[in-house]
Design a protein around this ligand. Structure first.
Ligand SMILES: *[C@@H]1O[C@H](CO)[C@@H](O)[C@H](O)[C@H]1NC(C)=O
Ligand SMILES: *[C@@H]1O[C@H](CO)[C@@H](O)[C@H](O)[C@H]1NC(C)=O
Ligand SMILES: *[C@@H]1O[C@H](CO)[C@@H](O)[C@H](O)[C@H]1NC(C)=O
Length: 464
């Protein structure tokens, strides 16, 4: 008996009774729907609710690339894969001849890594989930993987289980925990062999990818698997649908786990759980499928780099604007920082994260658990974004109008309409606009007395 259609309680109860009468239900417990290892079946799984409600997460790129900490987390590839002159020069200028990428390993000490300090910061940033790189394309695992011999954080470098330690700290604070995992490894000999065979052999997948993914799920029971590094081979090479059907049917996280869409060539934006599409993807209009924008405070790199300049760092207004636009368009916003090799988060990243947290402490009501409204972007402006919660509508505006009067075209007022501003106690004065919509008279407060400097929210009840 397969329970593919069990939707509402009433229908479900009816089916249970029916099946009990027909003796098709083992011990009276309806069997869960089972997914088959194909995209049609896997794509039909409803996304666990927590993810859409969460809206905001922190992404952490940390690994051996945090040791050279120069250029970007793609350091090894730029140096040895592409042979870019500036990377070769950097190495010959600063390291002895023959120094290999593996020689950076012991310097990844994580000496000052205090998972509780990180988790406190992410919580104060307003994050509802945290995603850590368990293994980037370099292949170094931030947990004691038994299939990453001498290239993991227990045998080398920190001599600690970084994935486990951060997970405990994050969960203690009721945030969800996500694991980034790269399917490919740039220079793994078995991967190179499979690639030479046109992705027709699976030596690497059998020896590495699959054992790692199952190990991560059993050890850490992640809420989210953020897959990456899929683009060189088809999903049939990666056995993605086999893994996902196990994950959804039989794994210890089958009910709550969420995955993204990077599970094989041409898969992203088409198959999987929610969609990332490309890095920093930003749709123009409301997509038909749950999505997440991932982006980095350092606009140039995901991993920490010492050559970061202040101009490369996203400003608070850019971050808030993107968060607002993303949530209004039904997405989640995953904002990245790269810690240093010794486990510190530099103050400029702390400052940006805390700014988001401060903004969310006042405007969270318009963000968390919100749904897109019937209009996303106010027709008459480029800077008023709507969200909603049940019958309440939120208009988040990013520019303070010069005359102090905000014009909204889309909401239709009724005799019950009430208008307030988040962070301000009293109701606002408003009137209907003869040209359509309404005019809202913003509070005339002395400079510096508004609860935030940028991005304000009008709360409308009793509108249509
Ligand atoms: C991939 O899945 C197929 C079909 O279940 C199986 O025969 C094969 O051994 C799997 N390969 C790996 C590397 O797990
Ligand atoms: C992915 O798309 C490209 C371009 O459309 C195509 O050449 C390639 O064969 C596709 N790969 C797979 C695995 O479908
Ligand atoms: C649209 O915006 C312009 C410029 O801010 C303003 O003059 C006009 O009244 C607005 N139109 C409506 C219908 O609100």
């Amino acid at each position: 008996a397969r329970f593919s259609e069990m939707k509402s309680g009433a229908v479900g109860a009816g089916l249970v009774v029916l099946l009990l009468l027909r003796g098709e239900c083992m011990r009276g417990v309806p069997r869960r729907r089972r997914y088959t290892p194909d995209w049609e079946s896997l794509d039909s799984r409803p996304l666990p609710e927590w993810f859409d409600k969460a809206k905001f997460g922190v992404f952490v790129h940390w690994g051996v690339f945090s040791v050279p900490a120069w250029g970007s987390e793609w350091f090894w590839w730029h140096w040895k894969g592409e042979g870019l002159p500036q990377y070769k020069q950097f190495m010959s200028d600063h390291y002895p001849p023959g120094f290999s990428y593996a020689d950076f390993g012991p310097q990844f000490t994580a000496r000052f890594f205090h998972p509780d300090t990180w988790a406190d910061l992410f919580l104060a940033a307003g994050a509802k989930y945290v995603v850590l790189t368990t293994k980037h394309h370099e292949g170094f695992t931030n947990w004691p993987s038994s299939v990453s011999w001498n290239w993991n954080s227990q045998d080398l470098g920190p001599h600690r289980d970084l994935v486990g330690e951060l997970g405990n700290a994050v969960r203690k604070r009721n945030m969800r925990y996500g694991l980034y995992h790269s399917l490919l490894e740039w220079f793994h000999p078995l991967y190179l062999l499979d690639k030479k065979n046109g992705c027709k052999t699976q030596h690497f997948v059998r020896a590495k990818t699959m054992p790692e993914l199952y190990d991560l799920v059993y050890r850490y029971e992640p809420d989210l698997i953020w897959s990456d590094g899929e683009w060189e081979c088809p999903d049939t090479y990666w056995n993605s649908t086999e893994f996902l059907s196990w994950l959804y049917n039989d794994s210890p996280v089958k009910d709550e786990v969420v995955v993204n869409d990077r599970w094989g060539q041409n898969c992203s934006c088409h198959h999987g759980g929610y969609y990332n599409c490309q890095d920093k993807f930003k749709p123009e209009s409301l997509p038909g499928h749950k999505w997440e924008m991932c982006t980095s405070i350092d606009k140039v790199s995901w991993g920490y780099r010492r050559d970061m300049a202040v101009f490369d760092v996203a400003a608070e207004r850019e971050i808030i604007s993107e968060l607002v636009q993303t949530v209004s368009l039904g997405g989640n916003y995953l904002l990245n920082i790269g810690p240093t090799k010794d486990g510190l988060i530099v103050p400029i990243f702390q400052e940006r994260l805390l700014a988001v947290g401060k903004w969310l402490s006042i405007h969270g009501e318009a963000v968390y658990s919100s749904k897109p409204w019937r209009v996303q972007l106010e027709k008459n402006t480029t800077s008023v974004w709507y969200t909603s919660r049940e019958t309440t509508v939120y208009a988040i505006f990013l520019h303070w109008p010069e005359n102090g009067v905000l014009s909204l075209v889309s909401p239709v007022t009724t005799s019950a309409t009430q208008i307030t501003m988040l962070g301000i106690q009293k109701d606002l004065k408003w009137s209907t606009n003869p040209e359509g919509g309404l005019l809202i008279y913003l509070p005339n407060l002395p400079l510096g007395t508004l609860p935030v400097d940028f991005g304000w929210t009008i709360k409308l009840t009793g509108v249509k």
